[in-house]
Design a protein around this ligand. Structure first.
Ligand SMILES: Cc1cc2nc3c(=O)[nH]c(=O)nc-3n(C[C@H](O)[C@H](O)[C@H](O)COP(=O)(O)OP(=O)(O)OC[C@H]3O[C@@H](n4cnc5c(N)ncnc54)[C@H](O)[C@@H]3O)c2cc1C
Ligand code: SF4
Ligand code: SF4
Length: 1020
């Protein structure tokens, strides 16, 4: 790895930056940074942390770039090319960075197109074409095309992250490639800069001119000269993405490049992995969106039969067959273990199959497609498997099953321990008639090497994904080489393609000569020289590539070490090793992690980029508003990994770099729910804050926020005085200057009379411990002091439902309320948080032991009991309490299902109003939103509408902080506030204190806790 450069180039300060760099070891890097900063408006990221964040992609590799450039607009790419050429700095273009083979890691200037260079430049519905910039994400493009009934049909699994430039770079292929082909079959033209800074139009060869024509002529000549070698060595399968597409002049694929046999020079760039030119725009061929789809799920008694049948099934289509996808037994079992997926999978199974194939037909109408399912059934009968097809003609079950297919892979990737499923032969493609024999033989190879593989994906085109489990820190590289050698022999035997979907990169470059032979390999070298004689663009990829098992290029080389760390939370469940053959994991704490599991939890991020999503309701809100790799779950996990392993300097986790990366993390737990490998950045932020604050001390704001539960009783007593702050511009300004609390925010209002000093008709501890119908109501600081009406409403509703309610109290009352420790956690006062949580747990334990439900109102407080409290070393007591801790609506929904809420339902008056619900992030993370919907429906006439929102942006104290105010409002404006404004007369329900505050601040509308809505409807 390169030595880190000690600079961060701030815009507006290029000369200081230059000075800093000039004194540093890498003078060229300094000049590069300085010139980019002065000659462009783009972001110039040369700090060690930035370079580290761009040193990896979804592969096993890591190479630190010299720096990163994020152009503001397309033409700045040309400026960067010119500067790099003059300074002789290589360029590594990048989109979403989801490549699996190391295509986007390299020791040059990484140019990230995904942030700004992402427009649809033109669109022609009649011709079904779109001209796009390379940084646009596939799903975003398709969203724009949907209204016109069109889509771009190269449906890669990473459609929510993959950019069209990256897809072109890799010649990507989707699940439906049997119908639509690969990327190369759907590109009509490209405009691209070669390394000399010249912009060229690459299109139909016959119509080309200038340098593009010249290049075309030379490549054509090579194809003519090498005709015998091309015919002999070139894989004939559709899924071949290795090398350069020299065969555009002599097609070898079962699907020709163009339907009319013409030659398109843009196709030379597709699959060239950024080594020939940098794409400025792509002209895409669009397709009509299928109006109907039907699915037949074929159940097979053996894996072999599934593989053997694929060749027959694909003949059924008549142009309507769009996918044949495999799910093997391991994945079926994984899905059956998941409560959400099990019912879906069961609908697809007949008995206990060894594998299933998802066979999809698409067309104009369902009526037209249903006979295809009958044909499939007939075929399977002929193949000796009558009754093996489960028909799915309706859209919803189909969609659910496709989701399971995707999630199965995610569960597989979440394996804990150093052994991980590694992608390096995961997309070899073989002709369908050999598929059964190939998969069988490869399974035996894995077994021989003490590993196993789970098979899935594209049976229709002979590209089955499989990843053996390897430990790259130990003997993984050697095993990888051995398995690759044997797999390659099988690919050769079956006349397949070694690189069939995910590209060459660092992983498969060395296999190009093996696949094509020395003469074609030499022709590839000449093509590279034609385009890029100085080897400026992604050098040593495709041509002269390094060895796949060169551990110096790996993220976890044998020399990888973690700085010892004593974590404040319990991370031992991650501190394990696994058995690659059985996938069994060891006991917590046995993994040998010097950071006791924290480093291994961080290392679970495999950089797949799934967090670069933009759907509302999912991770990651700070990325959605910034589009900045630093403010993304992946960027944060990478920063932590680099810091923990000493790659960002001696400060380790307590460094400024980690602070900067975690600064905008709102702790929403979106990643805990959505990240395929379970990266829980909210919890990691708590761990970080503990170490950072221990080193750097607490600020006034930390103390004000963290200790709020401690001084709340005093503040309430002086409510009149404290509340003046909201009406006094001077006090607001002072608050901002001294404590960092934004002057643009109102603060919650204190009340002298609040829930904790008001008599209420709750039961005593003793009464509740001896009653059969007891419930404990845990009233948190916020609902107790600021919004007492919520606590009173909850008490009233629970009592009206017939429960004996005890308001959680200390065993030995001391005049203070119980607290979960949430504010301390978010301020980095983890030891104090532990003390608070321990006290709460002890107080609640007798109830938990008796099976009494512990009901809470504020999601972030109650759910602390089910989450962080379990990692605080509080032992079995915390587990017992967590087992009984329920949100108000979770409890009521459970009771309603048990038929115990009839008395309450009878008392609820109808409501004739639109009701909107905004789910708190932690409710979403714990699947606790649907109970709120169910409970609101108890009110006659109410059909709640769930706002499709992500984090509200307030996130505890985050949105109150001056530094975060703007980002906080941007988060709210993404979906939540527009949805609230759309229906001025609607009742807005939000259970989170800070969510309600944000809605009031941003939309000038009150929002209520569900308990309040129910209490209002209680007839007197
Ligand atoms: C979980 C998972 C599932 C996947 N599923 C699929 C799948 O179904 N099908 C599939 O084909 N792939 C799949 N991939 C691989 C990857 O997602 C795709 O290849 C994707 O298209 C890459 O897009 P990207 O924007 O991330 O490109 P990147 O990884 O950023 O770049 C890809 C290549 O394009 C080059 N490049 C980027 N921008 C430019 C430009 N402007 N000019 C020139 N070159 C450029 C890069 O240098 C690199 O060589 C998967 C990956 C993961 C992690
Ligand atoms: S944080 Fe999770 S979703 Fe994001 S890249 Fe890492 S593993 Fe993937
Ligand atoms: S907790 Fe939320 S903001 Fe933080 S990384 Fe995860 S999804 Fe992003």
């Amino acid at each position: 790895m390169n030595a880190p450069l000690p600079l961060e180039v701030a815009r507006g300060a290029p000369f200081q930056a230059y000075d800093a760099v000039a004194g540093a070891s890498n003078e060229v890097a300094g000049r590069l940074a300085q010139r980019l900063a002065t000659e462009t408006q783009g972001e110039v990221l040369f700090s060690p942390a930035d370079r580290g964040r761009y040193s990896t992609d979804a592969s096993i590799y890591q190479v630190t770039p010299i720096g990163v450039f994020v152009p503001r607009h397309a033409d700045e790419v040309k400026i960067a090319i010119d500067i790099c050429r003059e300074l002789k700095v290589p360029i590594v273009p990048r989109g979403g960075g989801t490549s699996q083979c190391g295509q986007t890691v390299g020791a040059g200037l990484v140019i990230d197109h995904s942030r700004h260079v992402r427009s649809i430049l033109s669109f022609d519905a009649e011709k079904r074409t779109a001209l796009v910039e390379p940084g646009i994400v596939l799903d975003h493009l398709n969203l724009g095309l949907k209204k016109a009934g069109l889509w771009y049909p190269v449906d890669v699994s990473t459609s929510a992250q993959a950019t069209l430039g990256g897809m072109a770079g890799n010649n990507s292929c989707g699940s439906r490639s049997i119908a639509y082909g690969n990327m190369v079959h759907n590109v009509l033209g490209a405009q691209a800069w070669t390394a000399d800074g010249q912009l060229h139009d690459f299109g139909l060869f016959e119509q080309s001119s200038g340098r593009a024509r010249e290049i075309g002529e030379r490549v054509r000549q090579m194809a003519i000269e090498l005709a015998p070698q091309i015919d002999a060595n070139w894989p004939k399968v559709l899924r071949r993405v290795a090398g350069y597409n020299l065969d555009i002049f002599r097609n070898q694929s079962e699907r020709p490049y163009t339907s009319d046999g013409s030659v398109n020079l843009a196709h030379l760039l597709i699959g060239s992995e950024g080594t020939l030119a940098l794409t400025r725009s792509l002209m895409l061929q669009l397709a009509e969106l299928p109006r109907a789809k039907v699915l037949g799920v074929v159940n097979f008694p053996t894996f072999y039969q599934a593989m053997d049948s694929a060749q027959h099934i694909v003949k059924l289509g008549d142009g309507t067959l769009t996918a044949v996808e495999l799910v093997d037994r391991t994945m079926i079992d994984l899905a059956l273990q998941n409560p959400a997926f099990a019912p879906v999978v069961r609908t697809a199974l007949t008995g206990s199959p060894a594998a299933i194939l998802l066979v999809e037909f698409s067309g104009a109408s369902r009526a037209e497609l249903e006979p295809k399912l009958a044909q499939l059934e007939e075929l399977m009968g002929d193949l000796g498997l009558p009754g093996s097809v489960v028909r799915m003609a309706d859209e919803a079950p189909q969609k659910n099953l496709w989701e399971v297919r995707k999630a199965g892979l995610n569960i597989m990737m979440s394996l804990k321990g150093d052994g991980k499923p590694v992608s390096f032969i995961e997309d070899c493609a073989v002709p369908l008639e050999h598929l059964a024999e190939y998969t069988d033989s490869l399974t035996q190879v894995f077994r021989k090497h003490g590993s196993k593989g789970t098979w899935y994906a594209h049976a229709s085109v002979g590209t089955l994904h499989v990843r053996p489990i390897l430990d790259m820190r130990r003997e993984g590289a050697a095993k990888m080489r051995a398995i690759a050698e044997e797999a390659s022999e099988l690919v050769r035997k079956h006349k397949g393609a070694y690189s069939g979907e995910h590209g060459d990169g660092l992983c498969r470059g060395e296999w190009i000569e093996w696949q094509f032979g020395p003469q074609i390999n030499e022709a590839f070298r000449r093509i590279k020289q034609l385009f890029d004689p100085a080897a400026l663009l992604s050098p040593q990829r495709i041509v002269d590539a390094p060895k796949m098992d060169d551990t110096r290029l790996m993220r976890f080389p044998p020399s990888y070490r973690v700085i010892p760390l004593a974590p404040v939370l319990d991370w031992t469940p991650w501190d394990v090793q696994n058995n690659p053959a059985t996938e069994e994991i060891g006991a917590p704490g046995s993994g040998g992690d010097p950071a006791h599991g924290f480093a291994k939890a961080v290392e679970m991020c495999n950089n797949n980029g799934h967090c670069r999503k933009f759907d509302a309701g999912t991770m990651c809100p700070s990325y959605r508003v910034t589009r900045d790799e630093k403010h993304l779950t992946r960027g944060r996990a990478n920063t932590l990994r680099l810091a923990l392993s000493g790659q960002l300097g001696a400060d380790g986790i307590a460094s400024q770099e980690v602070r900067d990366a975690l600064d905008l993390c709102v702790g929403c737990k979106g990643c805990k729910r959505d990240c395929p490998t379970g990266v829980d950045m909210a919890k990691m932020k708590v761990e970080f804050l503990h170490h950072y604050k221990a080193r750097h001390g607490f600020t006034l704001k930390d103390r004000l926020v963290g200790r709020l539960p401690d001084y709340a009783h005093l503040a309430a007593r002086f409510a009149g005085l404290v509340n003046r702050r909201n009406a006094s511009p001077l006090m607001k300004r002072l608050g901002e200057r001294l404590a960092g609390l934004s002057a643009r925010r109102s603060l919650p209002q204190w009340k002298q009379q609040h829930f904790f000093n008001t008599a209420h008709a709750g039961a005593t501890r003793a009464q509740a411990l001896s009653a059969a119908n007891a419930v404990v109501l845990f009233v948190d600081t916020f609902n107790g002091y600021f919004e007492s009406d919520n606590a009173a409403a909850a008490l009233r509703v629970l009592q009206a439902a017939g429960y004996l309610v005890h308001v959680a109290s200390k065993e030995r009352p001391d005049g203070r309320h119980l607290c979960c420790g949430r504010t301390y956690l978010s301020s980095g006062m983890v030891d104090q948080a532990k003390a608070k949580a321990a006290e709460l747990v002890q107080s609640l334990l007798p109830f938990a032991r008796r099976g009494v439900a512990i009901v809470g109102l504020e999601p972030s407080c109650l759910l602390t009991l089910r989450d962080e409290a379990l990692a605080m070393g509080l032992g079995e007591a915390a587990q017992a309490v967590a087992g009984q801790a329920l949100l108000f609506e979770e409890f009521l929904a459970r009771e309603a299902k048990a038929g115990r809420l009839e008395p309450l339902k009878a008392r609820l008056a109808p409501l004739d109003k639109r009701v909107l619900l905004h789910g708190h992030c932690h409710q979403k993370a714990f699947g606790a939103v649907s109970p709120v919907m169910e409970v609101l429906r108890l009110v006659p006439g109410v059909e709640p509408e769930l706002i499709d929102s992500s984090c509200c942006g307030m996130a505890g104290s985050f949105g109150y902080e001056a530094d975060h105010y703007d980002v906080s409002m941007q988060m709210a404006e993404l979906n939540l506030l527009p949805a609230v404004r759309k229906y001025p007369g609607a009742i807005v329900v939000a259970d989170g204190t800070s969510c309600r505050h944000q809605i009031q601040d941003g939309a000038d509308r009150p929002a209520v806790h569900a308990a309040v809505l129910l209490a209002r409807q209680l007839a007197a």
